[in-house]
Design a protein around this ligand. Structure first.
Ligand code: SAH
Ligand code: MG
Length: 189
């Protein structure tokens, strides 16, 4: 299942979540019987489609790129999930959610993770989780910074700053995993 989406992503260099990362998301939903998800960074709708198909969760997912947005809309209709997934075409840094969610999945511009976290945490239900993807950033956060281009150096520094920021958030219990491309799972204390 979903091989068409995976194939498309591979051919078009769309950075969809890895199988192992998806397992982290799915097991978090299953273990806590979560019913709703706010996703930041939809791309072609792959992660949303898998979560909605597997556990029937209601999803709001945000995408600012029109090409990605249109692909997501058509993929969601192909999988008959129009009633489960709402795609909002906007910049997440300008979006104000209209409801509360059990799970917030942050998977958008990697330098903006602190902003996304602070913007959306007020919309997390009690007992909910915030999961952030790509904290290993293809292994580059562990790389000697002097070996990286200026842009990558700045990006990996931002990701390391975000990891430190999360560690400092004493109001959350955060687990870090190297599964997939590295993820954090934060639960409010
Ligand atoms: N969650 C998807 C992959 C998302 S890739 C999956 O695993 O299947 C990251 C996406 O986030 C890209 O499509 C990019 O356009 C989008 N994005 C990045 N910054 C954003 C922002 N500020 N607001 C909305 N979308 C953003
Ligand atoms: Mg990702």
């Amino acid at each position: 299942m979903f091989e068409d989406l995976k194939e498309f992503a591979k051919e078009n260099n769309v950075p969809i979540i890895k199988d192992e990362g998806l397992e982290v998301l799915l097991s978090e939903i299953n273990a806590n019987s979560y019913k709703s998800v706010l996703e930041i960074g939809c791309a072609i709708g792959y992660s949303s489609i898998v979560m909605a198909k597997t556990y029937g969760v209601d999803i709001t997912t945000i995408e600012r790129n029109s090409e990605m947005y249109n692909l997501a809309i058509s993929n969601i209709s192909k999988y008959n999930l129009e009633d489960k997934i709402e795609v909002v075409f906007t910049d997440a840094l300008e979006y104000v959610p209209k409801r509360m969610y059990d799970l917030i999945f942050i998977d958008a511009a990697k330098a903006q993770n602190i902003k996304f976290f602070e913007r959306f945490e007020p919309f997390l239900n009690d007992g909910g989780s915030i999961i952030v993807d790509n904290l290993d950033f293809h292994g580059l956060t562990e790389e000697d910074p002097s070996k990286l281009s200026k842009n990558l150096r700045s990006l990996t520094r931002k990701i390391r700053e975000f990891i430190e920021y999360l560690k400092g958030r004493d109001d959350y219990n955060t687990i870090f995993t190297h599964k997939g491309d590295g993820m954090s799972i934060s639960k409010k204390k």
